[in-house]
Design a protein around this ligand. Sequence first.
Ligand code: FAD
Length: 363
Amino acid sequence: MAIIVVIGAGVSGLTTALELVKKGHTVTVVAKHMPGDYDIEYTSPWAGANVMPMAVEADSRWERNTWPVLKKLAEEVPAAGIHFQKTRVLRRKKDAVADDAVGPLYDDSLFSPNPWYATLFDDYRKLADDELPDDIIAGCEFTSVCMNTAVYLPWLVGQCVTLGAVFRRTVLKHISEAAVMSHTGSKADIVINASGLLACRLGGVMDSAVYPIRGQIVVVRNEAPIMLTTSSTDDGEEELLYTMTRAVGGGTILGGTYAKGNWDANPDPNIAIRIMKRAVEAQPELTGGKGIEALSVIRHGVGLRPGRTGGVRIEKEVIDGTPVVHNYGHAGWGYQGSYGCAEGVVELVDQIITENGIDGLKI
Ligand code: FAD
Protein backbone atom coordinates (compact mmCIF):
# COMPACT_ATOMS: atom_id res chain seq x y z
CA MET A 1 0.00 0.00 0.00
CA ALA A 2 1.21 3.50 -0.81
CA ILE A 3 1.24 6.93 0.79
CA ILE A 4 -0.66 9.06 -1.69
CA VAL A 5 -1.41 12.78 -1.87
CA VAL A 6 -4.31 13.81 -4.12
CA ILE A 7 -4.30 17.41 -5.36
CA GLY A 8 -7.87 18.61 -5.83
CA ALA A 9 -11.24 18.26 -4.13
CA GLY A 10 -13.44 18.55 -7.19
CA VAL A 11 -15.34 15.53 -8.46
CA SER A 12 -12.17 14.15 -10.09
CA GLY A 13 -9.97 14.38 -7.00
CA LEU A 14 -12.65 13.20 -4.58
CA THR A 15 -13.69 10.19 -6.68
CA THR A 16 -10.06 9.22 -7.20
CA ALA A 17 -9.32 9.63 -3.48
CA LEU A 18 -12.33 7.44 -2.65
CA GLU A 19 -11.29 4.64 -5.01
CA LEU A 20 -7.70 4.76 -3.66
CA VAL A 21 -8.68 4.76 0.00
CA LYS A 22 -11.05 1.84 -0.69
CA LYS A 23 -7.99 -0.09 -1.89
CA GLY A 24 -6.29 0.55 1.46
CA HIS A 25 -3.89 3.34 0.44
CA THR A 26 -3.08 6.13 2.89
CA VAL A 27 -4.63 9.17 1.26
CA THR A 28 -4.34 12.91 1.95
CA VAL A 29 -6.42 15.28 -0.18
CA VAL A 30 -4.97 18.78 -0.53
CA ALA A 31 -6.89 21.57 -2.21
CA LYS A 32 -7.34 25.29 -2.49
CA HIS A 33 -11.12 24.84 -2.80
CA MET A 34 -13.32 22.33 -1.02
CA PRO A 35 -17.01 21.34 -1.27
CA GLY A 36 -19.04 24.23 0.14
CA ASP A 37 -17.00 26.85 -1.78
CA TYR A 38 -18.33 28.62 -4.86
CA ASP A 39 -15.42 30.04 -6.85
CA ILE A 40 -14.74 30.58 -10.53
CA GLU A 41 -11.52 28.52 -10.20
CA TYR A 42 -13.49 25.54 -8.83
CA THR A 43 -15.70 23.94 -11.48
CA SER A 44 -17.44 21.05 -9.77
CA PRO A 45 -20.11 22.86 -7.72
CA TRP A 46 -21.41 24.64 -10.84
CA ALA A 47 -22.17 21.50 -12.84
CA GLY A 48 -25.74 20.33 -13.48
CA ALA A 49 -24.82 17.57 -13.06
CA ASN A 50 -26.29 14.83 -15.17
CA VAL A 51 -25.24 11.97 -17.45
CA MET A 52 -25.58 12.81 -21.15
CA PRO A 53 -22.87 10.78 -22.90
CA MET A 54 -20.50 12.95 -24.89
CA ALA A 55 -17.52 10.79 -25.80
CA VAL A 56 -17.01 9.32 -29.23
CA GLU A 57 -17.20 5.53 -29.08
CA ALA A 58 -13.42 5.00 -29.17
CA ASP A 59 -13.01 7.14 -26.03
CA SER A 60 -16.15 5.98 -24.27
CA ARG A 61 -14.43 3.88 -21.59
CA TRP A 62 -14.51 6.59 -18.92
CA GLU A 63 -18.24 7.26 -19.29
CA ARG A 64 -19.19 3.64 -19.95
CA ASN A 65 -17.55 2.49 -16.70
CA THR A 66 -18.99 5.34 -14.67
CA TRP A 67 -22.66 4.78 -15.51
CA PRO A 68 -23.16 1.53 -13.54
CA VAL A 69 -21.75 3.15 -10.38
CA LEU A 70 -23.93 6.25 -10.62
CA LYS A 71 -26.95 4.09 -11.42
CA LYS A 72 -26.31 1.97 -8.33
CA LEU A 73 -25.94 5.07 -6.15
CA ALA A 74 -29.26 6.41 -7.50
CA GLU A 75 -30.92 3.07 -6.74
CA GLU A 76 -29.43 2.31 -3.35
CA VAL A 77 -27.89 5.38 -1.68
CA PRO A 78 -30.37 8.27 -1.40
CA ALA A 79 -27.94 10.25 0.82
CA ALA A 80 -25.63 10.68 -2.20
CA GLY A 81 -28.13 13.10 -3.76
CA ILE A 82 -28.51 11.36 -7.12
CA HIS A 83 -31.86 10.53 -8.72
CA PHE A 84 -33.22 9.13 -11.96
CA GLN A 85 -34.82 11.38 -14.53
CA LYS A 86 -36.30 10.71 -17.92
CA THR A 87 -34.14 12.37 -20.57
CA ARG A 88 -34.76 13.57 -24.12
CA VAL A 89 -31.99 14.41 -26.58
CA LEU A 90 -33.31 16.24 -29.65
CA ARG A 91 -31.57 16.94 -32.94
CA ARG A 92 -32.85 20.05 -34.69
CA LYS A 93 -33.81 20.05 -38.38
CA LYS A 94 -31.31 22.86 -39.05
CA ASP A 95 -28.50 20.59 -37.79
CA ALA A 96 -29.58 17.59 -39.84
CA VAL A 97 -27.13 18.20 -42.64
CA ALA A 98 -24.35 19.72 -40.56
CA ASP A 99 -22.88 16.44 -39.41
CA ASP A 100 -24.49 13.06 -39.10
CA ALA A 101 -22.13 11.66 -36.53
CA VAL A 102 -21.14 14.43 -34.16
CA GLY A 103 -23.06 17.27 -32.52
CA PRO A 104 -22.21 20.69 -33.93
CA LEU A 105 -21.56 22.41 -30.60
CA TYR A 106 -19.92 19.78 -28.48
CA ASP A 107 -16.99 17.60 -29.43
CA ASP A 108 -19.23 14.68 -28.71
CA SER A 109 -21.54 12.09 -30.13
CA LEU A 110 -24.56 12.90 -27.98
CA PHE A 111 -26.63 13.75 -31.04
CA SER A 112 -25.49 10.89 -33.23
CA PRO A 113 -28.44 9.07 -34.83
CA ASN A 114 -26.94 5.72 -33.79
CA PRO A 115 -25.00 6.43 -30.64
CA TRP A 116 -22.83 3.89 -28.79
CA TYR A 117 -24.76 4.68 -25.62
CA ALA A 118 -27.96 3.18 -27.07
CA THR A 119 -26.92 -0.04 -25.35
CA LEU A 120 -25.79 1.65 -22.12
CA PHE A 121 -29.25 2.65 -20.90
CA ASP A 122 -31.84 -0.07 -20.25
CA ASP A 123 -34.73 1.87 -21.77
CA TYR A 124 -33.05 3.77 -24.63
CA ARG A 125 -35.42 4.30 -27.55
CA LYS A 126 -35.63 6.47 -30.64
CA LEU A 127 -38.57 8.85 -30.59
CA ALA A 128 -41.31 8.25 -33.15
CA ASP A 129 -41.94 11.00 -35.70
CA ASP A 130 -45.23 11.98 -34.05
CA GLU A 131 -43.40 12.61 -30.75
CA LEU A 132 -41.06 15.19 -32.28
CA PRO A 133 -41.62 18.96 -32.00
CA ASP A 134 -41.83 20.81 -35.35
CA ASP A 135 -38.21 21.95 -35.52
CA ILE A 136 -36.80 18.54 -34.55
CA ILE A 137 -35.73 15.90 -37.05
CA ALA A 138 -34.84 13.08 -34.66
CA GLY A 139 -34.49 12.33 -31.00
CA CYS A 140 -34.14 9.71 -28.35
CA GLU A 141 -35.27 9.09 -24.81
CA PHE A 142 -33.75 7.18 -21.90
CA THR A 143 -33.61 7.24 -18.13
CA SER A 144 -30.48 8.94 -16.84
CA VAL A 145 -29.46 10.50 -13.52
CA CYS A 146 -29.08 14.02 -12.18
CA MET A 147 -26.79 14.75 -9.23
CA ASN A 148 -27.25 17.51 -6.69
CA THR A 149 -23.63 18.67 -6.52
CA ALA A 150 -24.23 20.50 -3.21
CA VAL A 151 -25.11 17.12 -1.68
CA TYR A 152 -22.98 14.76 -3.74
CA LEU A 153 -19.58 16.46 -3.25
CA PRO A 154 -19.88 16.56 0.58
CA TRP A 155 -21.13 12.96 0.44
CA LEU A 156 -17.91 12.00 -1.37
CA VAL A 157 -15.88 13.80 1.32
CA GLY A 158 -17.79 11.86 3.98
CA GLN A 159 -17.09 8.53 2.27
CA CYS A 160 -13.38 9.39 2.03
CA VAL A 161 -12.96 10.45 5.66
CA THR A 162 -14.95 7.45 6.89
CA LEU A 163 -12.34 5.26 5.24
CA GLY A 164 -9.45 7.23 6.72
CA ALA A 165 -8.57 9.93 4.17
CA VAL A 166 -7.45 13.27 5.58
CA PHE A 167 -8.27 16.66 4.01
CA ARG A 168 -5.95 19.68 4.11
CA ARG A 169 -6.41 23.17 2.68
CA THR A 170 -3.45 24.60 0.85
CA VAL A 171 -2.48 26.48 -2.27
CA LEU A 172 0.34 24.78 -4.12
CA LYS A 173 2.63 26.89 -6.26
CA HIS A 174 4.45 23.83 -7.62
CA ILE A 175 3.26 20.24 -7.85
CA SER A 176 6.35 18.94 -6.03
CA GLU A 177 5.14 20.70 -2.85
CA ALA A 178 2.41 18.03 -2.65
CA ALA A 179 4.92 15.26 -1.99
CA VAL A 180 5.52 16.59 1.55
CA MET A 181 1.84 17.23 2.35
CA SER A 182 0.87 13.74 3.53
CA HIS A 183 -0.74 13.82 6.98
CA THR A 184 1.53 10.89 7.91
CA GLY A 185 4.56 13.19 7.92
CA SER A 186 6.29 10.83 5.47
CA LYS A 187 7.06 11.73 1.89
CA ALA A 188 4.33 10.66 -0.53
CA ASP A 189 5.05 7.64 -2.72
CA ILE A 190 2.69 8.94 -5.39
CA VAL A 191 0.96 12.26 -6.11
CA ILE A 192 -2.33 12.43 -8.02
CA ASN A 193 -2.91 15.64 -9.96
CA ALA A 194 -6.65 16.39 -10.19
CA SER A 195 -6.27 20.16 -10.35
CA GLY A 196 -8.85 20.72 -13.10
CA LEU A 197 -8.63 24.00 -14.97
CA LEU A 198 -5.79 25.20 -12.74
CA ALA A 199 -3.52 22.56 -14.28
CA CYS A 200 -2.64 25.36 -16.69
CA ARG A 201 -1.17 27.40 -13.81
CA LEU A 202 0.26 24.80 -11.43
CA GLY A 203 4.07 24.90 -11.41
CA GLY A 204 5.65 21.71 -12.76
CA VAL A 205 2.53 21.06 -14.90
CA MET A 206 1.65 24.40 -16.58
CA ASP A 207 -0.32 22.55 -19.25
CA SER A 208 -0.87 25.05 -22.06
CA ALA A 209 -3.39 22.69 -23.72
CA VAL A 210 -5.86 23.40 -20.88
CA TYR A 211 -8.41 26.16 -21.45
CA PRO A 212 -11.77 27.27 -19.96
CA ILE A 213 -15.12 26.49 -21.54
CA ARG A 214 -17.46 28.99 -19.94
CA GLY A 215 -20.87 27.73 -18.88
CA GLN A 216 -23.53 30.17 -17.69
CA ILE A 217 -26.58 28.78 -15.92
CA VAL A 218 -29.72 29.85 -14.10
CA VAL A 219 -30.81 27.81 -11.06
CA VAL A 220 -34.56 28.00 -10.39
CA ARG A 221 -37.04 26.54 -7.91
CA ASN A 222 -39.43 25.47 -10.70
CA GLU A 223 -39.37 21.80 -11.67
CA ALA A 224 -38.70 20.45 -15.16
CA PRO A 225 -40.79 17.43 -16.17
CA ILE A 226 -37.82 15.72 -17.85
CA MET A 227 -34.16 16.48 -18.63
CA LEU A 228 -33.97 17.96 -22.09
CA THR A 229 -31.30 19.08 -24.52
CA THR A 230 -31.21 20.12 -28.16
CA SER A 231 -28.39 20.03 -30.68
CA SER A 232 -28.29 23.83 -31.07
CA THR A 233 -30.26 27.03 -30.51
CA ASP A 234 -31.12 30.11 -32.60
CA ASP A 235 -28.95 32.26 -30.33
CA GLY A 236 -25.49 31.61 -31.71
CA GLU A 237 -22.90 28.88 -31.63
CA GLU A 238 -21.95 29.35 -27.97
CA GLU A 239 -25.49 29.02 -26.61
CA LEU A 240 -27.17 25.80 -25.55
CA LEU A 241 -30.51 24.59 -24.31
CA TYR A 242 -30.66 22.08 -21.49
CA THR A 243 -32.69 21.58 -18.35
CA MET A 244 -32.36 19.20 -15.42
CA THR A 245 -33.92 19.03 -11.98
CA ARG A 246 -31.45 18.12 -9.26
CA ALA A 247 -32.19 15.51 -6.62
CA VAL A 248 -33.31 16.31 -3.05
CA GLY A 249 -34.49 19.86 -3.53
CA GLY A 250 -31.46 21.14 -5.44
CA GLY A 251 -33.55 23.19 -7.86
CA THR A 252 -33.54 23.04 -11.63
CA ILE A 253 -30.54 24.00 -13.76
CA LEU A 254 -31.37 25.94 -16.91
CA GLY A 255 -28.48 26.01 -19.34
CA GLY A 256 -26.54 27.32 -20.83
CA THR A 257 -23.49 28.31 -22.77
CA TYR A 258 -20.34 26.61 -24.08
CA ALA A 259 -17.82 29.41 -24.76
CA LYS A 260 -14.32 28.14 -25.39
CA GLY A 261 -11.45 30.31 -24.13
CA ASN A 262 -13.77 32.64 -22.16
CA TRP A 263 -12.65 33.31 -18.53
CA ASP A 264 -15.46 35.76 -17.65
CA ALA A 265 -16.76 34.91 -14.18
CA ASN A 266 -19.75 37.26 -14.23
CA PRO A 267 -23.21 36.12 -15.34
CA ASP A 268 -24.30 38.14 -18.39
CA PRO A 269 -27.91 39.33 -17.86
CA ASN A 270 -28.73 39.20 -21.58
CA ILE A 271 -27.53 35.62 -21.81
CA ALA A 272 -29.52 34.81 -18.66
CA ILE A 273 -32.73 36.10 -20.26
CA ARG A 274 -32.08 34.03 -23.39
CA ILE A 275 -31.39 30.91 -21.32
CA MET A 276 -34.66 31.33 -19.44
CA LYS A 277 -36.66 32.06 -22.61
CA ARG A 278 -35.33 29.01 -24.41
CA ALA A 279 -36.04 26.76 -21.44
CA VAL A 280 -39.60 27.97 -20.91
CA GLU A 281 -40.34 27.81 -24.63
CA ALA A 282 -39.13 24.21 -24.80
CA GLN A 283 -40.78 23.22 -21.50
CA PRO A 284 -43.80 25.48 -20.76
CA GLU A 285 -44.54 23.14 -17.80
CA LEU A 286 -41.69 24.89 -15.96
CA THR A 287 -43.96 27.86 -15.29
CA GLY A 288 -47.37 26.39 -16.01
CA GLY A 289 -47.47 28.27 -19.32
CA LYS A 290 -46.88 31.66 -17.62
CA GLY A 291 -43.55 32.68 -19.23
CA ILE A 292 -40.20 33.49 -17.70
CA GLU A 293 -41.64 35.97 -15.17
CA ALA A 294 -42.95 32.94 -13.29
CA LEU A 295 -39.48 31.47 -12.88
CA SER A 296 -38.32 31.64 -9.27
CA VAL A 297 -34.56 32.24 -9.53
CA ILE A 298 -32.28 30.82 -6.84
CA ARG A 299 -29.08 32.11 -8.45
CA HIS A 300 -27.33 32.97 -11.68
CA GLY A 301 -24.01 31.20 -12.06
CA VAL A 302 -20.94 30.73 -14.20
CA GLY A 303 -18.59 27.78 -14.16
CA LEU A 304 -15.53 27.13 -16.29
CA ARG A 305 -15.30 23.61 -17.68
CA PRO A 306 -11.69 22.38 -17.81
CA GLY A 307 -11.21 21.90 -21.57
CA ARG A 308 -8.03 20.36 -22.93
CA THR A 309 -6.79 20.15 -26.51
CA GLY A 310 -6.21 16.44 -27.08
CA GLY A 311 -8.68 15.43 -24.37
CA VAL A 312 -8.43 14.27 -20.79
CA ARG A 313 -4.94 13.57 -19.39
CA ILE A 314 -4.77 10.31 -17.48
CA GLU A 315 -1.11 9.33 -17.47
CA LYS A 316 1.90 9.00 -15.24
CA GLU A 317 5.19 10.85 -15.16
CA VAL A 318 7.93 11.54 -12.63
CA ILE A 319 8.31 15.11 -11.37
CA ASP A 320 11.27 15.96 -9.16
CA GLY A 321 11.68 12.28 -8.24
CA THR A 322 8.05 11.62 -7.27
CA PRO A 323 5.70 9.54 -9.46
CA VAL A 324 2.68 11.62 -10.46
CA VAL A 325 -0.57 10.38 -12.00
CA HIS A 326 -2.55 13.08 -13.81
CA ASN A 327 -6.35 13.14 -13.95
CA TYR A 328 -7.53 16.45 -15.39
CA GLY A 329 -9.09 18.04 -18.47
CA HIS A 330 -12.60 16.56 -18.28
CA ALA A 331 -14.35 19.47 -20.01
CA GLY A 332 -18.14 18.98 -19.67
CA TRP A 333 -18.16 15.34 -18.56
CA GLY A 334 -16.27 15.27 -15.24
CA TYR A 335 -19.13 13.70 -13.28
CA GLN A 336 -20.31 11.26 -15.90
CA GLY A 337 -16.74 10.05 -16.39
CA SER A 338 -15.62 10.26 -12.75
CA TYR A 339 -15.54 6.59 -11.73
CA GLY A 340 -14.13 5.42 -15.06
CA CYS A 341 -11.30 7.94 -14.81
CA ALA A 342 -10.64 7.07 -11.15
CA GLU A 343 -10.40 3.43 -12.21
CA GLY A 344 -7.82 4.45 -14.83
CA VAL A 345 -5.81 6.26 -12.16
CA VAL A 346 -5.93 3.24 -9.82
CA GLU A 347 -4.52 1.08 -12.65
CA LEU A 348 -1.60 3.47 -13.10
CA VAL A 349 -1.01 3.58 -9.34
CA ASP A 350 -0.96 -0.24 -9.30
CA GLN A 351 1.56 -0.21 -12.16
CA ILE A 352 3.84 2.21 -10.28
CA ILE A 353 3.67 0.08 -7.14
CA THR A 354 4.29 -3.19 -9.02
CA GLU A 355 7.13 -1.88 -11.13
CA ASN A 356 8.92 0.08 -8.47
CA GLY A 357 7.83 -0.85 -4.97
CA ILE A 358 5.97 1.63 -2.85
CA ASP A 359 8.89 4.05 -2.66
CA GLY A 360 8.36 4.26 -6.41
CA LEU A 361 11.62 6.09 -7.13
CA LYS A 362 12.88 4.14 -10.11
CA ILE A 363 10.38 4.81 -12.92
P1 FAD B 1 -12.48 21.14 -10.17
O1 FAD B 1 -13.84 20.87 -9.70
O2 FAD B 1 -12.20 22.51 -10.69
O3 FAD B 1 -11.50 20.85 -8.95
C1 FAD B 1 -10.13 21.19 -9.01
C2 FAD B 1 -9.56 21.07 -7.61
O4 FAD B 1 -8.14 21.26 -7.67
C3 FAD B 1 -10.09 22.13 -6.64
O5 FAD B 1 -10.27 21.57 -5.36
C4 FAD B 1 -8.96 23.14 -6.60
O6 FAD B 1 -8.92 23.91 -5.43
C5 FAD B 1 -7.77 22.21 -6.69
N1 FAD B 1 -6.55 22.89 -7.11
C6 FAD B 1 -6.24 23.29 -8.35
N2 FAD B 1 -5.02 23.89 -8.36
C7 FAD B 1 -4.57 23.85 -7.07
C8 FAD B 1 -3.41 24.32 -6.44
N3 FAD B 1 -2.43 24.96 -7.10
N4 FAD B 1 -3.27 24.12 -5.10
C9 FAD B 1 -4.24 23.47 -4.40
N5 FAD B 1 -5.39 23.03 -4.97
C10 FAD B 1 -5.54 23.21 -6.29
N6 FAD B 1 -20.09 17.34 -16.02
C11 FAD B 1 -20.90 16.26 -16.07
O7 FAD B 1 -20.43 15.13 -16.00
N7 FAD B 1 -22.25 16.42 -16.21
C12 FAD B 1 -22.84 17.64 -16.31
O8 FAD B 1 -24.06 17.76 -16.41
C13 FAD B 1 -22.00 18.79 -16.26
N8 FAD B 1 -22.54 20.01 -16.37
C14 FAD B 1 -21.72 21.11 -16.27
C15 FAD B 1 -22.30 22.38 -16.33
C16 FAD B 1 -21.51 23.51 -16.16
C17 FAD B 1 -22.16 24.86 -16.21
C18 FAD B 1 -20.13 23.36 -15.94
C19 FAD B 1 -19.27 24.57 -15.72
C20 FAD B 1 -19.55 22.10 -15.91
C21 FAD B 1 -20.33 20.97 -16.09
N9 FAD B 1 -19.79 19.68 -16.08
C22 FAD B 1 -20.60 18.59 -16.12
C23 FAD B 1 -18.33 19.47 -16.08
C24 FAD B 1 -17.79 19.18 -14.70
O9 FAD B 1 -18.29 20.12 -13.79
C25 FAD B 1 -16.26 19.22 -14.72
O10 FAD B 1 -15.76 18.35 -15.72
C26 FAD B 1 -15.71 18.76 -13.38
O11 FAD B 1 -16.33 19.48 -12.33
C27 FAD B 1 -14.20 18.95 -13.29
O12 FAD B 1 -13.84 18.54 -11.99
P2 FAD B 1 -12.37 18.55 -11.49
O13 FAD B 1 -12.37 17.88 -10.17
O14 FAD B 1 -11.46 18.03 -12.54
O15 FAD B 1 -12.02 20.12 -11.31
